[in-house]
Design a protein around this ligand. Structure first.
Ligand SMILES: Nc1nc2c(ncn2[C@@H]2O[C@H](COP(=O)(O)OP(=O)(O)O)[C@@H](O)[C@H]2O)c(=O)[nH]1
Ligand SMILES: [Mg+2]
Length: 218
């Protein structure tokens, strides 16, 4: 009855995620969960986003990783509170890990919580955390076939960031095809093409994000 056990675990996770969502609403905190394969640029994307919104909103971060404090240290350098969650092998964060991390964040002082999920293009897609927005990153060097090979991540996400567009001249990456395939799975997904290094395209992401945070603050 292995299949049923997996289903029950996911159902229990969804319950805890709904409770997390209630906590976020009680505190008027906007939450987004950033997912991608390792190295697509999640931490760099978080740092660049935080640097551009931290004067306007009070931000906290939950960093998910199998091991180490490396990413938490990078986030700490921006000056915002960060909690590192080490999953000890699990390939994704689940809602109860997020709940535990919340007890270490100063929720009454925050307006935004950003969650960096464990680097993996498969597992995190299935696990709700209670977030308002699921953001997936795909970077140019990973290849334009990834949405076709790992469709769930792209069907579950509200936003797709196509990162490292500064590297387009060096890779055979068919942008039109990626957009067409992803919109085919998920017609309502918002797609932003940007570089976290040159910051080309970054403003469009911020113009999308800031009103979403303000909406929850009302
Ligand atoms: N050229 C280029 N490199 C990037 C960009 N974004 C991130 N990187 C680099 O990609 C590597 C992995 O980034 P990181 O943020 O650690 O990815 P994560 O594992 O998804 O958190 C680092 O060497 C970053 O400097 C980008 O837009 N362009
Ligand atoms: Mg990272």
């Amino acid at each position: 009855m292995k299949v049923n056990v997996v289903r029950d675990v996911l159902q229990r996770n969804t319950q805890i995620a709904e409770e997390n969502q209630k906590i976020f609403r009680d505190y008027n905190i906007f939450v987004f969960n950033v997912m991608s394969s390792p190295g697509a640029g999640k931490t760099t994307f978080l740092v660049q986003t935080i640097e551009r919104i931290k004067e306007r909103f009070r931000v906290g971060v939950i960093e998910g990783d199998v091991a180490s404090q490396i990413d938490a240290e990078r986030i700490k350098a921006t000056g915002v509170p960060v909690i590192q969650v080490n999953t000890g092998g699990a390939c994704h964060l689940d809602a109860s890990m997020v709940r535990k991390a919340l007890s270490h964040l100063p929720l009454s002082e925050l307006e935004v919580v950003i969650i960096e999920n464990v680097g993996n293009l498969v597992c995190p897609a299935e696990w709700k955390l209670g977030e308002d927005l699921k953001v997936s990153l795909l970077s140019v060097p990973e290849g334009d076939d990834k949405p076709m090979k790992y469709p769930l991540m792209f069907t579950e996400s509200d936003v797709l960031i196509i990162n490292k567009i500064d590297l387009l001249p060096h890779f055979n990456f068919n942008m039109d095809q990626v957009e067409k395939v992803v919109k085919g799975f998920n017609p309502v997904i918002d797609i932003f093409k940007l570089s976290c290094t040159t910051l080309e395209g970054f403003d469009a992401w911020l113009k999308f994000l800031i009103p979403k945070i303000e909406e929850v603050r009302k």
